[in-house]
Design a protein around this ligand. Structure first.
Ligand code: 9MR
Length: 455
């Protein structure tokens, strides 16, 4: 009895101790004291991710470190073209789906990697060229982004399309030979298929201001000026024993174009400088308000594609390395993303008598991205002042053109006059609300005039 009372007293005291410690933490200034990468990154409004090989999710050392330290994942290989479309038109999502469920069960976001890339293409695509390859590539983007719609935080829509060396130009590849506009066609198709995902261009050897990163910078600037949907740029950051002095400045110049930046495949050559470089990269990201997160390319040294470089944050037994401490310290002392200021209270509220934009019924506009032999059309539907319970859009295709696939609408007919009807989730629109659907086709689609009708 006496023992029980004594025990109870101890527990109560210990409880009070915990409470006091918690209060002290919450009263402490901006620097945080997280003990895991995911908690410390989250306190700064960022994610901290790892590339995952789904085959290792059943290895306990691996999965324990993954779940404890990371709140974002990317498939090291399972969402690439050879994995997801091993035969043309036959899609396989087993590995990708497995990773998405693991992420959802463990509070992690998912980066999608990579829709189009010159490497790891299925053999059927490697042998293709011209408009057949372009159509196959755009169909791939559409199908894969549609399958994972709503589950991906950011997609690497196009990976490694720029050449190394001093040219600042594109890398030669079968995709590049379909026409210089293949990258923008891919971004448009990805946006139509998953409007909620951030769409990134991703590359390596871009870890500072150099000819290659400047070539990409010019492309992003051009895309932003022409309304090509790009939201982010990924800097792989497979690093050696030094870090460019203008690493942060390079991130910042992209951010200044109006895109997010992310460190997407970080790993660093082992050696005296490894921890310092990891710390410096983390500090650079936190110093750029549009740097939304960091992903390391694997969990433990022996999971890394770099083999004996021991390039990661944990040793093969899952122990933290000094590089881990450097990252954690940098996260804990970094700058949080500034919160959006509250709306200006002096701005008058909108005049309630002003009718909402648009007309009764609905209106539609179309933008077409074409190449020789094919096109992708994106149609924007805007509800009129009464809103819609459902809608349809009629379009007359020029002769020779035909629809090969449609997303976010159902097509009746495939050539001549084609009617697109809303699907279950986008028929009901509030007054003035906008939704988009798209379709891909063969032939050329010029002079399209969409006619919208609402019910
Ligand atoms: O880590 C990936 C490795 O398992 C694959 O064999 C390799 C095949 O090309 O791709 C590796 O990941 C690459 C990533 O997809 C793109 N940037 C470079 C990465 C390291 O090679």
């Amino acid at each position: 009895m006496r023992l029980k009372r004594a025990l109870r007293a101890t527990v109560t005291l210990a409880g009070a101790g915990v409470l006091t410690a918690a209060m002290m933490v919450s009263l402490a200034p901006a620097a945080s004291a997280g003990t895991t990468l995911r908690a410390s990154a989250a306190e700064k409004g960022r994610y901290f991710g790892a590339a995952v090989a789904t085959g290792k999710l059943s290895t306990s050392t691996y999965v324990n470190v993954l779940n404890r330290e990371f709140n974002s994942v990317v498939a090291e290989n399972e969402m690439k073209w050879d994995a997801t479309e091993p035969q043309q038109g036959r899609f396989s999502y087993t590995g990708g789906d497995r990773l998405v469920s693991h992420a959802q069960a463990n509070g992690m976001s998912v980066r999608g990697h990579a829709l189009l890339w010159h490497a790891q293409q299925p053999s059927w695509a490697q042998g293709m060229s011209g408009s057949a390859l372009r159509n196959a590539a755009i169909n791939h983007v559409t199908q894969v982004a549609t399958h994972f719609r709503g589950k991906i935080y950011a997609w690497d829509v196009v990976n490694e399309a720029f050449a190394d060396g001093g040219s600042g130009g594109r890398r030669d590849s079968n995709l590049q030979r379909t026409g210089n506009d293949w990258i923008e066609a891919a971004f448009r198709a990805a946006r139509a298929a998953d409007p909620g995902a951030k769409l990134c261009y991703n590359d390596y050897n871009t870890d500072g201001i150099n000819a290659k990163s400047t070539g990409i910078y010019n492309m992003v600037r051009d895309f932003k000026s022409r309304g090509v949907p790009i939201d982010c740029v990924g800097f792989q950051s497979h690093l050696g024993t030094t870090l460019a002095g203008d690493y942060q400045a390079n991130l910042q110049r992209f951010a200044d174009l109006g895109v997010d930046v992310q460190i997407t495949e970080l790993d660093v050559m082992t050696g005296g400088n490894q921890a310092n470089i990891y710390g410096a990269v983390t500090r650079a990201c936190l110093a750029v308000s549009r740097c939304t997160g960091i992903t390391v390319w694997g969990v433990r040294d022996c999971d890394s594609w770099r083999g004996s470089d021991n390039a990661l944050l944990f040793d093969c037994n899952g122990n933290k390395k000094s590089a881990f401490d450097a990252v954690l310290n940098a996260l804990n002392s970094g700058t949080p993303i500034p919160t959006t200021p509250p709306p200006n209270p002096t701005t008058p509220p909108p005049n309630p008598t002003t009718p909402p934009p648009g007309q009764v019924g609905c209106s539609a506009s179309v933008s077409v991205n074409s190449w020789t032999g094919g096109f992708v059309a994106t149609v924007k539907v805007t509800a009129g002042s009464a809103g819609t319970r459902g809608w349809n859009v009629n379009l007359t295709l020029p002769s020779g053109a035909s629809v090969t696939n449609t997303w976010s609408a159902t097509a009746s007919g495939s050539s001549g006059s084609v009617r697109f009807t809303n699907v279950s989730y986008n028929g009901q629109l509030a007054p003035g609300q906008v939704t988009e659907f798209g379709f891909q086709g063969n032939g050329s689609a010029t002079g399209l005039t969409p006619i919208c009708a609402a019910s």
